[in-house]
Ligand binder design. Sequence first.
Ligand code: ADP
Length: 247
Amino acid sequence: RKRIVIKIGSSSLTSMHGEISRRKLEKLVDEVVRLKDDGYEVLLVSSGAVAAGYRRLGCLTRPTSLPEKQAAASIGQGLLIESYSDLFLSHGYVGSQILITRSDFSDEDRYNNARNTINVLLERGIIPIVNENDTITMDFLKFGDNDTLSSKVAGLVDADQLLILSDIDGLYDANPSENEHAKLIEHVHEITPDIEAVAGGSGSAVGTGGMKSKVDAFKMAMASGIDSFLGKANEPNVVYDAVHNVA
Ligand code: ADP
């Protein structure tokens, strides 16, 4: 069975106000369900815990300080998983939660243990939903963006493909939020220093890693022979097309 890791960023799961958008969540779930129906194993790396929780924390806008973000994530992570679980169950699939920190990848026993657990889930048809353990991880120990996490996880489970879904349809030859003449680079065969040089920061208030962390993630995934794709989360059939264009 083919294994697909799909990473979705906060900016692709939230509404204009920064809260979780039910419509966007449903769109993603529908795409994952289509892959599951076709026999793929799918693991999701999903951001969105802060967005899902800050209102119930009592904040009117998305918090910016680390303790407040972590407090919001503590509320939101559960709500986010509940929404995913309900949506997957309505299609007959089971979702599960995996919270990971960077140190899980630097200790061999923990690494192997995480891999064994995720393998059981995937082989039994479950959809693991991975996020960084936001509520306790210290700032300097964090991946900080789920792009890096997603490529580490793709390596961990020996994925066939890594799809990063964002608010942009691909890598441009300049940061499009700063340069209106930026052109889409259709295929990236190798992450060269030139490619790394055009990858800028995030264009949105919600995004964290920007293109820089995505390019780093792809570099790592490609070095492990994992087919990599960057696409726009709200594009119809983006997941289906990305998976079927390589198959
Ligand atoms: P996400 O929440 O999906 O991780 P980010 O906001 O962190 O999204 O990253 C995507 C953004 O990176 C794009 O919307 C764009 O503004 C910015 N960006 C910077 N450099 C580039 C580039 N060379 N090509 C495309 N996007 C770029």
